[in-house]
Design a protein around this ligand. Structure first.
Ligand SMILES: Cc1cc2nc3c(=O)[nH]c(=O)nc-3n(C[C@H](O)[C@H](O)[C@H](O)COP(=O)(O)OP(=O)(O)OC[C@H]3O[C@@H](n4cnc5c(N)ncnc54)[C@H](O)[C@@H]3O)c2cc1C
Length: 382
């Protein structure tokens, strides 16, 4: 049994209530529009959820991975898009916390203390997705600046972000050698937002193209030493997979199961609620078992990270494992939830239709599930 602190339980309950009462009812509208809801973003800011991983000395909550996962799980039960906005927002404070210098922490954390700043993380390019080590966006040092040129795509929160952590190529070394991380601020000369993606799921989270044309980024915005980009990706960024897509998958699946259970108890066919038909019961039971297994793996993983474990191989196995497993569970469970609702399940009057589309996205972003399996296998074989 996992032990959550009283504070964690309190945050979980508060966010559960916020999700049910205020965020859930806004989810459908954002899904139809294909844009993040400003109302949702304001609710998240007002409740301190955009600055969860910001250290307390800068006015943040100083939440660890387990607490963030609890929050993301609760939000995903009603709206995975909102959970995604929250998860992505934690990335920059985490990266700066691990890799930033004193001056950067004071400068960026100070500005995040207002609680309404939006962050994004940008790695993917048109020609390099899974093969992230080969990205081509280049940053060249010229005096007091890095001059950045290239195009990034599929950036969550990208067009509403105040700060974007951009992985760029600074060195001449091949593939992962020569990558660095730069913080690019909204309004930077030469930096603009391109296409807004019209996607199948997670439609309440913006996904944008970012364009860099001789963008002038102050040299002080380099996180860690030049050339440390790959190390940042392999450590801090790899850990995002648990409290991000891992927790999203668990919450989304739980939300779909809860809805299916309620429906199965009410829908009568052949004179009895469909929940009385064994075929439906067994589906519900299997959905529940998979979710409990995913939840156990999720909190085992976040608690391992929070304990400061240095078992790198196991850490890598678990963060990739939970991303892969929870999103596969979410996909299977949401498909079953739609099946349990029958014809009504594919109508937009019920949220399971949206949940099924959202689940598909989680299998792809933050490294596809094939790539996660490649990583898990590597931990076994090397
Ligand atoms: C909703 C959403 C949000 C996203 N948010 C962000 C974000 O905030 N920041 C960001 O940088 N990116 C983001 N992405 C991009 C995402 O991380 C990539 O889409 C993902 O890594 C896959 O890259 P790709 O789409 O280029 O697919 P490709 O790399 O072209 O892969 C295509 C297919 O081939 C498979 N494949 C590729 N290589 C291998 C291999 N070696 N072994 C087995 N199978 C392989 C893949 O699994 C996939 O099925 C987001 C994507 C989505 C859909």
């Amino acid at each position: 049994m996992f032990h959550f602190t009283d504070e964690q339980k309190m945050i979980q309950e508060m966010v559960g209530r916020l999700g049910r009462d205020e965020i859930g009812p806004l989810a459908e509208k954002a899904d139809i529009s294909g844009y993040s809801s400003p109302e949702v973003v304001r609710l998240l800011a007002d409740n301190g959820l955009l600055k969860m991983s910001l250290p307390t000395e800068y006015g943040g909550i100083g939440a660890n991975h387990t607490t963030i996962a609890l929050v993301v799980e609760e939000l995903a039960k009603v709206d995975a898009s909102t959970a995604m906005i929250v998860f992505v927002n934690q990335t920059l404070p985490q990266i700066l916390g691990d890799w930033g210098n004193k001056e950067q922490k004071a400068r960026f954390f100070g500005r995040m203390s207002s609680g309404d700043k939006i962050n994004a993380f940008s790695l993917t390019e048109p020609n390099f997705g899974s093969e992230s080590a080969s990205i081509q966006t280049r940053a060249v040092r010229e005096g007091e600046h890095y001059v950045v040129n290239g195009t990034k795509i599929f950036v969550s929160n990208g067009d509403i972000a105040d700060f974007v952590t951009v992985v760029v190529r600074t060195g001449e070394g091949e593939r992962h050698r020569g990558l660095s991380a730069l913080i690019v601020e909204k309004g930077t000369n030469g930096f603009s937002v391109g296409k807004h993606e019209n996607k199948m799921g997670l439609r309440g989270t913006n996904l944008a193209e970012l364009i860099f044309e001789d963008a002038m980024v102050p040299k002080e915005n380099m996180v860690g030493e030049p050339g440390k980009g790959w190390d940042i990706l392999m450590t801090t960024a790899a850990d995002f997979r648990a409290y991000g897509p891992g927790a999203m998958g668990v919450g989304l699946a739980q939300g779909a199961l809860d809805y299916a259970v309620k429906y199965a108890k009410q829908r009568v066919q052949f004179g009895v609620p469909i929940a009385d038909h064994q075929a439906i019961r067994f589906m519900l039971a299997d959905m529940c078992i998979k979710i409990e297994a995913a939840r156990s793996l999720l909190y085992r993983t976040t608690m391992m990270t929070d304990s400061g474990s240095s078992e790198w191989n196991m850490q890598s196995r678990l963060t990739s494992g939970i991303k892969c497993f929870a999103s596969d569970v979410a996909m299977g469970v949401t498909i079953d939830a739609v099946q349990i609702l029958g014809g009504y399940g594919v109508m937009k009057d019920h949220p399971v239709e949206r949940m099924m589309r959202d689940a598909k996205m989680i299998q792809i972003f933050d490294g596809s599930n094939q790539i996660q399996r490649v990583i898990v296998a590597r931990t076994l074989l090397t």
